[in-house]
Write a protein that binds this ligand. Structure first.
Ligand code: Q9C
Ligand code: ZN
Length: 344
């Protein structure tokens, strides 16, 4: 399977994050990317395709202009205000809000954030743009006839909503890809989100629409981040009613239950007449993951990939989470190789 990746992710170097009342070393690191690349190379995947820049119009189709303006200028305004530390939000705007966007950078930071574990540093914006470009380039390859492509996005994207960052995500790469599929001729797209955390950002972006189905299997938000989204009653709105599907599962869930739920979502996606599939591929469902309460093992990832390959849909995988550094590469490549086995 072709893969797309960019070294430009490296300029996003979060140092610490707020975790259980302490500032601890960031879980979302550049080393995650290195381990995935090492596993791709060990498994003799094709050399990478390098991305083309993502069009500003496409970013603006999934995020609001004030939010994109904020991301692009945040660190410069922070520095101009006399700071050199990473930007970590400490106050949050109620939503919905009638408040105008604050002028001060500390206020803007909280206005466009929903969680405090995610910091913005000097090189965040170029890395975020590169990550979206990786997704867009992968999608264009699939739209041009490639049966399946892996977009090695970093930072991840599925928690980023129209105008909010958090959960290590800034621009929603999977949403960029889904919108890209539509722009390039697809009528019906599905995003299947298998990261252990609910893809609240993707859900919010497409909540009112019937051209992108968003189906997510994740740890129950009663027990797991992002806490306030991902319940079964969230089903979409207006013409989008029925096009958001949430299947939360309890902490401790093992492969058998996870997989039967996943197969159910796969059948629903086929029935919707899907032309192109985006898989938000988090491997933080792994039993050894420090941020996910599920109990999947490496062979399970291969079985999952075979199932997706067997759906026979043009498929783009976008990398999301996965924090068990030693296993992230093996588990990710197990999915991709499983997909290719089944698709042959
Ligand atoms: N105190 C993704 O997997 N923190 N984001 C969890 C730990 C945030 C995960 C709570 C987890 C974000 C893309
Ligand atoms: Zn996750």
């Amino acid at each position: 399977m072709k893969n797309v990746r960019s070294d430009d992710h490296r300029t996003h170097q979060p140092q610490v994050e707020l975790h259980d009342g302490l500032l601890v070393p960031s879980f979302e690191t550049a080393e995650r990317w290195d381990h995935i690349v090492a596993a791709l190379e060990a498994s003799e995947h094709d050399p990478p395709e390098t991305p083309d820049a993502v069009e500003p119009e496409l970013l603006a189709a999934v995020h609001t202009p004030p939010y994109l303006a904020f991301l692009s200028e945040a660190f410069q305004q922070w520095e101009a205000a006399g700071h050199s530390t990473p930007m970590i939000p400490a106050s949050f705007a109620p939503r919905p809000t009638d408040s105008p966007e604050p002028a001060d950078i500390a206020g803007r930071l909280g206005y466009f954030a929903f969680a405090a574990e995610t910091s913005i540093t000097d090189g965040t914006w170029p890395a975020v743009r590169a990550s979206a470009a990786v997704a867009r380039t992968g999608q264009k390859l699939v739209s041009a006839g490639e049966p399946s492509v892996f977009a090695l996005c970093r930072p991840p994207g599925h928690h980023a909503g129209p105008d909010r960052f958090g959960g290590y995500c800034f621009v929603n790469n999977a949403a960029v890809a889904a919108q890209g599929f539509l722009d390039d001729g697809a009528d019906q797209v599905a995003v299947l989100d298998v990261d252990v955390h609910h893809g609240n950002g993707t859900q919010e972006i497409f909540y009112d629409r019937d051209d992108v189905m968003v189906a997510s299997i994740h740890a129950d938000p009663q027990h797991c981040f992002p806490w306030f989204w991902g319940h079964p009653h969230e089903q979409g709105r207006g013409v989008g009613d029925g096009y958001t599907i949430n299947r939360p599962l309890l902490p401790g869930t093992r492969f058998a239950e996870w997989f039967s739920t996943l197969q159910d979502l796969g059948r629903t996606i086929l029935k919707a007449g899907t032309d192109a599939l985006v898989v938000s591929l988090g491997v933080d469902t792994y039993a050894g993951d420090p941020l996910g309460p599920f109990e999947l093992h490496t062979p399970d990832f291969a079985a999952f990939g075979r199932f997706i390959g067997g759906l026979g849909l043009p498929t783009l995988y976008c990398m999301e989470g996965g924090y068990a550094i030693e296993a992230i590469g093996t588990n990710t490549v197990a999915v991709l190789d499983g997909h290719e086995d089944a698709a042959q």
